[in-house]
Design a protein around this ligand. Structure first.
Ligand code: SF4
Length: 463
């Protein structure tokens, strides 16, 4: 009994010393250019994580495709996935601390048998990771039920997170193999979100859904319409990724560069869809040349930021939030444990309660009491993530490996972005973490060539 109480006391301590140490290490390693007042890395989170080399194959064809040309020659193998994810998560836990969000990503996650998929999510949770499964969204409801319920029909996952990638450059989706435009995909986006609403109603499984979309000159002007429609479908995050020259060059179909698909242009299109400016400096995740983020919520048709970047009092609230809540570890902490941590924090630092209440009153005034009474708030985060071209990453990474900072402003900018990378992948074989840009742009081809030998596709017998 005493030891259980001690364990409870330790788990509900507001600041987790291991997490606080990981944050301090992360902050110390960031380049000065990203140490801005709104920087989240090193203050609140150590970054986002992803898996690699665990199930590279996919059954759609996209242009561009970030996977190397051998990816589809690697057999999906549940035992390999579990073993690799275990090793990668153990390293991430050691290096990045006990709590983080991590993406179960590779090729198409639903090519994994449901039992292996569920077991892998549980491995990630055991390492303090809140997993998000990355899919193209062409999934049957039966698969999702078998994922969350297990062979005995009993619920084995109470909560799942999925990021579904939908855009008109993806070919082979059942029912719409060649989408003529983004709007034609809306029924498929809606169907995907509705399956999770039913999972909740029928089986009590909660979910968080993100919607990802690659942006090229072909669909950039359709972003506002996508934002307006998809934001009401049940997705909690809408992420737009300007295309980069990464992966299989046979799938690079058009020019992905130019003013119309640069970060500013894409962000402006998102703002058009939201119907208001989005301040991406209030919170910054790594380098803003890689990531832009705006956190907020819809009330009816109107989106409101959690913090108003034009209000000095809101910015002071953010600073206090970083000061007092750093090291708590929100991502991946079970809700009941998190609530207990916050209660203990409030008791120890009553000033925090005053700051939070003042923010709450300001926010209610800003959005209007009437709107709050009429509508339930729906949190929706907007993201733009710009991967870098493999041709830029390779030389910059080579210099990083040799401890050289380039004099060339372009190469140095790439090095800074890599140093501030928000999205890490783990290599247990040598104990290193690498940015996802390095994984996809530099390491994937050799890794998949090895996997093709280790996990060959079953050969088809003739005659
Ligand atoms: S370095 Fe690459 S993977 Fe990392 S945050 Fe920047 S664009 Fe993303």
């Amino acid at each position: 009994m005493l030891s259980r109480l001690r364990d409870l006391e330790r788990r509900t301590r507001p600041r987790d010393p291991a997490f606080a140490a990981a944050l301090a290490r992360r902050w110390a390693g960031l380049p000065d250019v990203v140490k801005t007042p709104g920087q989240v890395l090193g203050r609140f989170a150590a970054g986002c994580e992803g898996t690699h080399g665990v199930f590279p194959a996919c059954n759609l064809a996209c242009t561009p495709c970030y996977h190397s040309r051998d990816a589809n020659r690697v057999r999906v193998d549940g035992a390999h996935t579990r073993e690799q994810v275990e090793a990668q998560m153990a390293l991430l836990e050691r290096e990045r601390g006990p709590r983080a969000h991590a993406q179960l990503i590779g090729g198409e996650v639903t090519l994994l048998p449901p039992d292996d998929h569920a077991a892998t999510l549980l491995i990630m949770r055991r390492h303090g990771r809140e997993p998000m499964s990355m899919t193209h969204g062409d999934v049957d409801e039966e698969y999702l039920e078998r994922l969350v319920l297990g062979p005995d029909g009993r619920r084995r996952l109470r909560r799942v997170s999925f990021a579904a990638h939908f855009d008109m450059m993806m070919f082979g989706r059942r029912g719409i193999p060649r989408p003529p435009d983004e709007a034609a995909l809306h029924p498929y986006r809606r169907r995907f979100a509705e399956m999770f609403a039913r999972l909740r109603r029928r089986h009590g499984v909660r979910s968080f859904l993100a919607h990802n979309m690659t942006v090229t000159p072909a669909n950039v002007e359709q972003i506002p319409e996508v934002v307006r429609e998809v934001a009401r479908m049940g997705y909690g995050m809408l992420s737009f990724q300007p295309a980069a020259y990464v992966g299989d060059e046979r799938r690079w179909r058009e020019s992905y560069r130019g003013g119309d698909v640069g970060p500013d242009a894409v962000w402006a299109q998102i703002e058009r869809g939201v119907g208001r400016p989005l301040d991406h400096h209030v919170f910054e995740n790594g380098d803003v040349r890689c990531n832009r983020t705006a956190y907020g919520f819809y009330l009816g048709e109107r989106w409101h930021p959690f913090l108003d970047g034009d209000d000095a009092r809101d910015l002071a609230t953010r600073d206090a939030f970083f000061r007092h809540l750093s090291g708590v570890g929100f991502g991946g902490t079970p809700p009941a444990v998190l609530a207990a941590k916050l209660v203990r924090l409030a008791v120890g630092r009553p000033r925090v309660v005053g700051i939070a209440l003042a923010w709450l009153v300001r926010t209610v005034r800003r959005v209007g009491v009437g709107a709050l009474l009429r509508h339930r708030p729906r949190p929706v985060t907007f993201v733009m993530h710009q991967f870098m071209d493999a041709a830029d990453v390779a030389p910059a990474w080579d210099l990083v490996q040799r401890g050289i900072t380039s004099d060339d402003p372009g190469v140095r900018a790439t090095q800074e972005r890599l140093a501030a990378c928000h999205y890490a992948m783990a290599h247990p074989e040598d104990g290193t973490l690498v940015p996802a840009c390095v994984q996809h742009g530099v390491l994937d081809p050799a890794e998949n060539a090895q996997l093709k030998v280790l996990l060959p596709m079953p050969s088809v017998r003739r005659g």
